[in-house]
Ligand binder design. Sequence first.
Ligand SMILES: CC(C)(COP(=O)(O)OP(=O)(O)OC[C@H]1O[C@@H](n2cnc3c(N)ncnc32)[C@H](O)[C@@H]1OP(=O)(O)O)[C@@H](O)C(=O)NCCC(=O)NCCS
Length: 101
Amino acid sequence: MKKRLFTGVEDDYCASHAIGHQAQHYAARFAAKEAWIKASGIAIAWREIEVVNRAGTGVPDLILHGQTAAASRAAGIARALLTITHAGDLAVAQVTCLGRR
Ligand SMILES: CC(C)(COP(=O)(O)OP(=O)(O)OC[C@H]1O[C@@H](n2cnc3c(N)ncnc32)[C@H](O)[C@@H]1OP(=O)(O)O)[C@@H](O)C(=O)NCCC(=O)NCCS
């Protein structure tokens, strides 16, 4: 199941945290993918929606791949803004899709 949902980058990031904290990072990434699907209306493959963290700051970004990236471009989505928060057994993600001007 994990391999169907998460990319190697995501798996490495979540697994790099202490065992007791890993689940909230995985849950946040699942929430982010689901939020992107709902905001964009595009649902093709979980692993084509990837959450990465900027080096240095940890700010999360969404990177789209393959057919999902193509469908996003075709729908006129220029950028997707992501915010993530988690504490204990709760994880929340919000995505805002921005169109071309
Ligand atoms: C930004 C900050 C408030 C997040 O606090 P936190 O308690 O780690 O936040 P939460 O547990 O609610 O959320 C964690 C998520 O916040 C996101 N995050 C981390 N740093 C972030 C940042 N600088 N900006 C936005 N989001 C950030 C990550 O996606 C993280 O989840 P992940 O590790 O699973 O990807 C905290 O890191 C902070 O105060 N940093 C110091 C200030 C700072 O780094 N500023 C950077 C630019 S000015």
